[in-house]
Design a protein around this ligand. Structure first.
Ligand code: IMP
Ligand code: MG
Length: 185
């Protein structure tokens, strides 16, 4: 497993190994399994970034469950958020009266998750919880709790395990973080 990667001239260093990620995913699933005994939650993945996390997570889920997806666009090909969220694909399932678990890869500014929360609450679910593999520290813009968090991380740009850099490197099994220019060797 490479300790460092260079992509488009930017240097990334290994941050979370495959083993660390898989272990944490199992722990999150364990909590969710306990919390949803006797229920049939709908896991709603936020495309594209969450597809790998969702796939790993639900294979550890032991309660009956359903899956659906939103597709949002906010980053384009940049490393910082455009500050705008667009809905590119809506849900197909009926949310009303159901137990919903939104699955995110990462929460950065909180803009996307706030937008999704609003969309879902409009449809009157029985309950709504959020699971995010990563949560960037110092989160400014949300006034609600993220119910299940895999890892709290510094506000650096990260890639791999579903997270892209200009649509690439989603297929990495590990998560890498951008090395700030000043500390590059
Ligand atoms: P937010 O709306 O700023 O919270 O950003 C949420 C979305 O932006 C995430 O679901 C990701 O798809 C993407 N994103 C945020 N931070 C990163 C990052 O460090 N690397 C890659 N994608 C990111
Ligand atoms: Mg995302």
């Amino acid at each position: 497993m490479a300790q460092r990667l260079t992509i488009n001239g930017d240097v990334f260093e290994l941050y979370l190994s495959e083993h660390q990620i898989q272990e944490r995913v199992r722990e999150l699933a364990y909590q969710i399994n306990n919390d949803y005994v006797g229920k049939v939650p709908i896991f709603i993945g936020v495309l594209n970034g969450a597809f790998i996390f969702l796939a790993d997570l639900i294979r550890e889920i032991t309660v009956d469950c359903e899956i659906d997806f939103f597709k949002l666009s906010s980053y384009g090909d940049a490393k910082i958020s455009s500050g705008q969220v667009r809905l590119l694909k809506d849900l197909n399932c009926q949310v009303k009266g159901r137990d919903i678990i939104v699955v995110e890869d990462i929460i950065d500014s909180g803009l996307s998750i706030s937008y999704i929360k609003q969309l879902i609450e409009r449809e009157h679910p029985a309950s709504l919880r959020i699971v995010s593999l990563l949560l960037k520290k110092g989160l400014p813009k949300i006034d609600f709790t993220i119910d299940y968090v895999g890892f709290e991380i510094p506000p650096d740009f990260v890639i791999g395990y579903g997270l892209d850099y200009a649509q690439k490197v989603r297929n990495l099994r590990q998560i890498y973080k951008l090395v700030p220019q000043s500390t590059e060797q």
